[in-house]
Design a protein around this ligand. Structure first.
Ligand SMILES: [Zn+2]
Length: 322
């Protein structure tokens, strides 16, 4: 007890603090999300996400090289097709925008960068929902086949990992079987296992043009009040064959990350989403806080909560600071 016990002794220099620090973010933890848009000639700034862009196909080689040079181990690709239809057919077209983007990046950097693809239909459907719609409802089972087809087409294009984000029931199992049948048994699955119906996705939807034309996604994404349910979702995805499970968003769901990591001891990813990014950028712009310190504190908190992997739009800045 005080004065024999003094907690401040361990805090008095950076050398001591560094010796006893429990959680630390490294470059190797980061994945950078990239938006690639079909039919544009040059990159376009995303207004709600300062510093982020929709990239043309022709800009991906340079981007891939830059990420490798920064020491970032992986990217996750989101595609914005030139044409959308009710069945999201550009999601699984062999020459679709993401398929070509994967090939382009791999041609430049090969094994030096993990290329992960988001697997969903919402950026490709005319109605903006993550599945097949009939009578105003998003149908689960008919959607699985299209998701599996999408995942296989990404793997065939060279993706190292596919990341289903749709929250349909049974999709991880459907994708695993389809990949194995197609001879892609080495392709990993990172499932968006606990994805919440969140208001923090706003800027992303502007970036990807995936605002639903009717209704919302609460019928398939999780209710923010629940965390037991997140554990059940994660359990199912692991049983269906997920290699990595993800919690999304990150900052408002640190307790969920903590529970998932503690319960399953599985590789756990957290998605530091567009709205979380936009808040930090806006505060920094207004002079309400130091950007570098806020970013590193956010990323450290996500790591401390139990995430092994952080998907973040801050990845390039953070890698530059680390
Ligand atoms: Zn979706």
């Amino acid at each position: 007890m005080f004065p024999a016990k003094r907690m401040r002794r361990l805090r008095k220099s950076e050398r001591l603090r560094s010796l006893v620090r429990e959680a630390e973010v490294t470059k190797g933890d980061l994945i950078y999300p990239i938006f690639v848009q079909e039919g544009i000639g040059r990159r376009e700034a995303i207004a709600a996400m300062p510093g982020q862009y929709r990239l043309p196909l022709g800009g991906l080689r340079k981007e891939a090289r830059e990420l490798v040079d920064l020491g970032i181990p992986g990217v996750i690709l989101f595609g914005i097709p030139a044409r959308k239809d009710a069945k999201g057919s550009q999601a699984y077209a062999p020459r679709g925008i993401v398929q070509r983007a994967v090939a382009e990046m791999k041609a430049e950097v090969g094994e030096d960068l993990l290329v992960i693809t988001d697997v969903c239909l919402c950026e490709y459907t005319s109605h903006g929902h993550c599945g097949i719609v009939k009578g105003g409802k998003v149908l689960n089972d008919p959607t699985l086949e299209l998701l599996a087809k999408t995942a296989v087409s990404h793997a065939k294009a060279g993706a190292d990992m596919v990341a289903p984000s749709d929250m349909m029931d049974g999709r991880v199992g459907a994708i695993r079987s389809a990949l194995d049948e197609a001879g892609c048994e080495e392709t990993l699955i990172m499932s968006y296992a606990a994805k919440y119906a969140s208001a923090f996705y706003g800027p992303f939807r502007e970036a990807a043009g995936s605002v639903p034309s009717f209704g919302d996604r609460k019928g398939y994404q999780m209710d923010p009040g629940n965390s037991d349910e997140a554990l059940r979702e994660v359990l199912l995805d692991l049983e269906e064959g997920a290699d990595i499970v993800m919690v999304k968003p990150a900052l408002a769901y640190l307790d969920v990350i903590y529970r998932v990591k503690n319960e399953f001891l599985a590789p756990t990813a957290a998605y530091n989403v567009s709205g979380e990014y936009a808040i930090v950028k806006a505060a920094a712009e207004k002079g309400y806080g130091d950007e570098k310190r806020m970013v590193m504190e956010v990323l450290t908190a996500i790591k401390r909560a139990g995430a092994d992997i952080i998907l973040t739009y801050h990845a390039k800045d953070a890698a530059g600071w680390l």
